[in-house]
Design a protein around this ligand. Structure first.
Ligand SMILES: [Zn+2]
Length: 171
């Protein structure tokens, strides 16, 4: 191996004589620091800043991967702490059920030819139906209002995961 290799500075293009045992040096023309990379027999120069960047992006990547895992865990945690709303909507179902019963009474009235039973059954059926629909809407509103903060928190964390995913896939 020769004692010196001649390379041009990647920053300013000046011809540089580099000793065979030197790993790192500053260009005598522009002052930029470079790392001497010896890959097999090939000697090349890389600005120190780029090396730092590579290390830095590696660090960011690991941090993002950790952040994604943490955020996913947090989303699971939120899902677990969400209130159970599976029983909500039952009042609406009761209303609809009563409406159905009233309709049967209406059919009974038709079969027995009892006019007042028919009229009453129709009225009750319509009222129960309206009550059922109203309760259903009300219960849906309550349910959504209760779940809203949880859903928003999850959406926020999902956005954050997307941002980190982009960072991880940068290179
Ligand atoms: Zn230079």
């Amino acid at each position: 191996m020769p004692e010196f290799v001649t390379l041009s500075c990647p920053s300013c293009g000046a011809k540089l004589q580099i000793g065979s045992h030197v790993d790192r040096f500053a260009c005598s023309h522009c002052g930029n620091e470079h790392v001497v990379q010896r890959d097999g027999g090939i000697v090349s120069l890389a600005p120190v800043i780029e090396q730092i960047k590579q290390v830095q992006s590696g660090v960011d990547k690991t941090a993002s991967e950790l952040a994604i895992a943490r955020l996913k865990e947090e989303i699971q945690e939120i899902r677990r702490s969400m209130p159970d709303t599976s029983n909500e909507g039952c009042l609406a179902k009761v209303g609809m059920g009563l409406s159905g019963i009233a309709m049967f009474a209406c059919i009974g009235g038709i079969m027995t030819g009892d006019g007042s039973t028919i009229a009453m059954a129709v009225v009750v059926s319509l009222i129960m139906f309206a009550v059922g629909v109203w309760l259903g809407l009300k219960e849906d509103q309550n349910k959504n209002a209760r779940l809203k903060p949880y859903r928003e928190a999850i959406a926020e964390k999902e956005n954050e995961i997307e941002r980190h995913k982009k960072l991880v896939n940068l290179d």
